[in-house]
Unconditional design. Structure first.
Length: 471
């Protein structure tokens, strides 16, 4: 392990500016960590070492020539392989796109490069992103740096594993039902699911369109909130290719404004129980924010179960209807995980034009009711998932005397995909087995700055980030 690998990205950039470390050293340290750990973790699926080395040398030249340096100058990052990175594979974990190389950068990647970031490579996903674990027929299973027998989550599991293990300083994932937040929680890092359109999803596959435009987003992942913040600042802003985009100005709240925020927290949703350690983490988070000067009260909003059911219709039922025609019966290109997902979808009543329209209207009415509740509590604190990182292949768990099934364990993230809230995850505690437990911070649409400000306050009080054992 090289200590350079676990510096925050913002510190890496500062050291480069002050000539305390070179971007060449940083890139080489990360490539060495990839060479050491990727055979075990299988986080990266395509690495462009030579291009990264060239970019690092160019970054060093800019430093010696005393040019104006951007906020991520010389920092090595990674990108989920469902997002276009010019010259790298964008396969989304499926044989149907095997060998497909992106011709140009997605807008968010172009913005990161313009900010000085150096892309090391792209990371593994489940097939077509439809799982909360990461395994596919192209590259196999991604393992957790907290234990190879466990998953780092999905669908941004490769990204989470790479960042947690010091193979990447920070990066980008995507999230339609917890796919940034669950891997962040499982892997002991931070992540942000923004409001749809705040960071352009242009250049992502599958495409964010129809109901998926208000469910699926792209967002930053990193080991610290400060790094998530700088990634967000760089990537945010409208793009013509994202139909959810809006011209929203950045506005970071002052410390006094943050302390005036009312925070509501709930330990469970009334349906899916969470582990005792997860409950304790929520209470720890609530007390930490109180001690930071915020007004924090117990509050469980109404409408969570309705949000879960509507999300299920859009993501599981409609998603299955869209994907099923891509495969034949017993198709060798269909991974076991996606096959199971399609079977779950097929067991549900097919959506008709009428039922889809009804669900869409119910979603908008529910949003109005939900956001009215958030007038009193503009920030919500809650679990990210019912459990910490699970062992490969597990599909149900006994929690507080009740069986929690696979699709039920992640409802805590699914609510906010359906509703369109921004939500961040910060590590707060660890289980008895030493597994990370992240807490979810939820805000109102287009108020990512408030979410990240509260996340930073929570991180400062809890300080729960650790280097995983495999690193």
């Amino acid at each position: 392990m090289n200590d350079l690998n676990f510096l925050p990205a913002v510190v890496m950039a500062e050291h480069i500016r002050k000539k305390q470390v070179s971007s060449v050293e940083l890139v080489e340290a990360h490539l060495a960590q990839i060479e050491k750990l990727n055979p075990k973790l299988k986080a990266f699926v395509h690495i462009d070492a030579e291009r990264a080395r060239r970019a690092a040398r160019d970054a060093e030249t800019a430093v010696t020539q005393k040019k104006k340096l951007s906020p991520l100058h010389g920092v090595p990052i990674s990108i989920k392989s469902s997002i276009n990175v010019a010259g790298l594979r964008c396969e989304s974990g499926t044989r149907l796109r095997a060998g497909l190389v992106a011709a140009q950068d997605a807008p968010l990647v172009a913005r990161l490069r313009a900010a000085g970031a150096i892309v090391l490579g792209v990371t593994n996903t489940p097939q077509l992103l439809m799982a909360w674990e990461t395994d596919n027929l192209l590259y196999g299973r991604t393992n957790s740096p907290w234990g190879l027998e466990r998953t780092p989550g999905g669908s941004s599991g490769g990204e989470a594993a790479a960042i947690a293990a010091g193979m990447s300083a920070c990066g980008v994932g995507s999230d339609g039902g917890g796919s940034i937040r669950v891997p962040a929680h499982f892997s002991g890092i931070c992540g942000l699911k923004p409001t749809p359109g705040r960071i352009p999803a242009t250049g992502h596959y599958p495409v964010s369109a129809g109901p998926f435009a208000f469910i699926g987003v792209v967002g930053p992942m990193a080991r610290t909130v400060a790094d998530v913040k700088v990634l967000f600042e760089v990537m945010q802003g409208p793009d013509i290719g994202d139909t959810s985009a809006a011209p929203v100005d950045l506005r970071w709240p002052s410390n006094q404004e943050v302390k005036k925020l009312r925070v509501g927290y709930f330990e469970d949703d009334g349906r899916s129980p969470v582990t005792p350690e997860t409950r304790a983490a929520i209470r720890t988070a609530a007390e930490a924010l109180r001690s930071a000067g915020l007004h924090v009260e117990p509050f469980r909003p109404e409408g969570l179960e309705e949000a879960r059911q509507l999300w299920h219709k859009f993501f599981v039922v409609a998603g299955g209807m869209l994907l099923r025609p891509m495969f034949k019966e017993d198709d060798p290109d269909l991974s076991p995980i996606l096959k199971q997902f399609l079977e779950w979808s097929a067991a549900e009543p097919v959506l008709t034009g009428q039922t889809l329209l009804d669900a869409w209207i119910q979603r908008d009415l529910l949003r109005a009711r939900f956001f009215a509740q958030m007038q009193q509590y503009p920030i919500l604190i809650c679990p990210t998932a019912a459990i910490p990182a699970f062992r490969h292949g597990e599909r149900s768990w006994q929690v507080e005397g009740k069986t929690v099934h696979y699709l039920e364990a992640w409802s805590y993230t699914e609510f906010f995909n359906l509703l369109g809230n921004p939500a961040a995850v910060v590590p707060v505690a660890h289980s008895a087995e030493g597994l990370p437990i992240g807490v979810q911070i939820v805000g109102r649409p287009w108020e990512e700055e408030q979410v990240l400000a509260v996340a930073a306050a929570l991180e400062k009080k809890c300080g729960a980030w650790r280097i995983p054992p495999i690193a």
